[in-house]
Design a protein around this ligand. Structure first.
Ligand code: BDR
Ligand code: CA
Length: 320
């Protein structure tokens, strides 16, 4: 199979960790670079977490540190959801993978320009690095096939009544990316709240029975205990987990698992509604669509893909 070359921009974080496990277990992806965002935690912590997790997964990949802060706003983190370290109560051995000597923006520029074919960027945090790249180096745009982003929402927010976390943390970055002309798939809360996993399904992971599977299960259990309540879309929200970031990677490997609509999306950058994504489902702006906005998921297929990925990664990870 021809693997899709991808760059992953992430702020690990528990659901980011699940997305990374999936991406590196997938036969469909060739991950050329991982870049880190300040988001769920400070830049220092998300970089360390990417190093620690990917070292533990025994993958060999360049990890480049991103920008320290959102473009204009002070950083707000989500340690209440992901824990002070970002992985709940789980710790990983000290990393063996180093941080790259090049920063995220420069690494992305060079990797994109060197690629034989246009690449996909999977972004599961605020879009600070991606926006900086597109502003500073517009010559990379023809080398980007597609940006698959977890963020935004038409249905309501998890940070304010209308703003989703990744859009809220750096709304200016999100607006720059939506205006860039690059093809975007948006996995916002509209679809990620439907992409949930139940406790019996988490038990399928526990049943694998290895220390790796236990770590995954413990991260998920912590995440569940700290999640915001979602009164709709997700049934029994106290016993289900929303796998937000996993949607952005599965939308690349198995796009048919989702359905969505092409819409024009803009981002509110100031005031109380900052971070709100206006999704023009009904074409009221008269503007041409700039994003494919996902709204529906085949949940059974989604869960099977995740459990398969953990099972496959489990065969690779040596954890005594
Ligand atoms: C997003 O916020 C973060 O806490 C998660 O990692 C995900 O990217 C969901 O709103
Ligand atoms: Ca994230």
């Amino acid at each position: 199979m021809n693997k899709k070359p991808v760059i992953i921009d992430t702020d690990p974080g528990i659901d980011d960790a699940m997305m990374l496990i999936y991406a590196f277990a997938s036969d469909a992806l060739d991950v050329k670079l991982v870049t880190t965002e300040a988001g769920n935690l400070s830049q220092a912590k998300t970089s360390y977490n990417a190093q620690a997790l990917l070292s533990y997964l025994q993958v060999d990949v360049e990890i480049a540190k991103g920008l320290e802060h959102p473009i204009l706003r002070p950083l707000e983190v989500a340690e209440d959801i992901h824990g002070e370290t970002g992985f709940g109560t789980i710790t990983f051995p000290a990393p063996t993978l180093p941080l790259s000597e090049r920063g995220a923006v420069e690494a992305m520029r060079q990797v994109l320009l060197a690629s034989d074919e246009p690449m996909t960027i999977i972004a599961t945090g605020p879009l600070t690095n991606v926006a900086a790249l597109l502003l500073a180096h517009p010559e990379v745009k023809p080398h980007i096939a597609h940006i698959s982003w977890m963020g935004g929402s038409a249905v309501g927010g998890n940070m304010s009544p209308t703003a989703e976390f990744n859009a809220y943390v750096d709304p200016h970055a999100a607006e720059i990316v939506f205006r860039s002309g690059v093809r975007i798939t948006m996995s916002g809360l509209d679809v990620t709240h439907k992409a949930y996993v139940t406790l019996p399904e988490v038990a399928r992971i526990r049943a694998i029975g290895t220390p790796f599977a236990q770590r995954v299960e413990q991260m998920l259990t912590f995440y569940l205990a700290n999640m915001h309540e979602t009164p709709f879309h997700t049934p029994n929200y106290s016993t289900t987990l929303r796998f937000h970031d996993l949607c952005a990677v599965i939308a690349v490997t198995h796009p048919h698992v989702f359905s969505g609509m092409d819409c024009y999306v803009s981002v509110v950058v100031d005031g109380q509604a900052a971070g709100t994504t206006h999704v023009d489902y009904m074409g009221r702006t008269g503007l041409l669509p700039n994003a494919h906005v996902l709204h529906t998921v085949d949940r059974d297929a989604f869960v099977d893909l995740f459990v398969d990925a953990v099972t496959r990664m489990n065969e690779r990870v040596q954890d005594a």
